[in-house]
Ligand binder design. Structure first.
Ligand code: AKG
Ligand code: FE2
Length: 305
């Protein structure tokens, strides 16, 4: 943005850089309510354990309260801008993240070694027609515990090397981050992340004795990391986010959505339906948000019995 004039469209930025950070999209009070429910959900221990935290897959189905993000018309409008079309849909992939550490990766499924969600390395694809939306439920200004990315890495299979440029994205509550699933990224890497502000530094100064006590313990590194992360979170608060996927129909995006759902079903068990529960679908319909459930290619891949 410059002088109120948009220099580049969201779509062209996504194609070129692989990500777009949109500031101030969702009202903070709406997200605060969802965050409370997310934390309760995490405390119940639902989902898949992940690096000292939890990940709840297929979250529009398994944690249906996240649907309330679509109370926000600005969110719907910006997704239409991403595709320069209103004919987009959610692919039913959604993760609710809770207090996990992470490492460098891409979300294109290539790391599983079974061909990835595009059915092969998809780095030659100019327009994937499928994007991820990340909504953090708290701000990540004071520490580098939000999302860090490698700009433009969506066109190469290399996740990161010594020459990679790295960018920390300062997300605050209400911002949304749109990114290409092929973009290299990581969440919080270290149990005690680096400070980015004086406030962050002061918070770390306040726990320096406890940190060194844990560090001196003669326990395995994984236990140490777990204790350090718990200590950090006890002073800063929980870390929770919603990641979900949106698409328009194309050959690559249809294949991606199907394989991405198959991965979720592998995690949750074959008895779980790839479809949304009717109450969520009806709610989305009432907001004008479409789901992949209505698509012919989806219904032929996942027949309704
Ligand atoms: O931990 C985060 O914030 C990022 C999560 C993520 O990238 C993933 O689970 O694929
Ligand atoms: Fe990821």
């Amino acid at each position: 943005m410059n002088n109120g004039l948009k220099m580049e469209s969201i779509k062209s930025e996504l194609l070129e850089n692989g990500f777009y950070l949109a500031k101030n999209i969702i009202p903070v009070d709406l997200l605060d309510n969802i965050r409370k429910l997310a934390i309760l959900h995490g405390q119940m221990g639902a989902g898949v354990r992940k690096h000292y935290g939890l990940r709840q897959p297929h979250a529009f189905r398994t944690a249906p309260f996240i649907k309330d993000i679509f109370e926000c018309e600005k969110l719907i409008a910006i997704i239409s801008e991403v595709f320069e079309s209103e004919d987009w849909f959610i692919t039913n992939h959604a993760d609710l993240h809770f207090n996990a550490l992470n490492g460098w990766h891409k979300d294109d499924g290539m790391s599983y070694g079974d061909g990835g969600y595009f059915g092969g390395p998809g780095y030659h694809i100019d327009e994937p027609n499928v994007y991820k939306i990340a909504i953090y439920l708290q701000s990540h200004k004071d520490f580098d515990d939000g999302l860090t990315i490698v700009p433009r890495s969506h066109r190469t299979q290399i996740i990161r090397d010594d020459s990679s440029e790295i960018e920390y994205l300062e997300v605050e509550v209400g911002d949304i981050l749109i990114f290409d699933a092929r973009l290299s990224h990581t969440g919080q890497l270290s149990p005690i992340p680096g400070p980015r502000t004086e406030r962050g530094q002061a918070i770390l100064d306040g726990i320096v004795d406890e940190v060194s006590m844990v560090e001196q313990k003669k326990i395995p590194k994984s236990e140490k990391d777990s204790e350090l992360l718990e200590l950090f979170r006890s002073v800063v608060g929980e870390r929770s986010s919603i990641f979900f996927t949106v698409a328009t129909e194309s050959e690559p995006s249809n294949i991606f959505a199907i394989n991405n759902m198959k991965r979720q079903l592998k995690e949750l068990g074959p008895e779980v339906s790839p479809y949304l529960p009717p109450s969520v679908r009806d709610y989305l319909n009432s907001k004008g948000v479409k789901s992949i459930d209505q698509r012919v290619f989806w219904r032929s891949e996942f027949p309704v019995s």
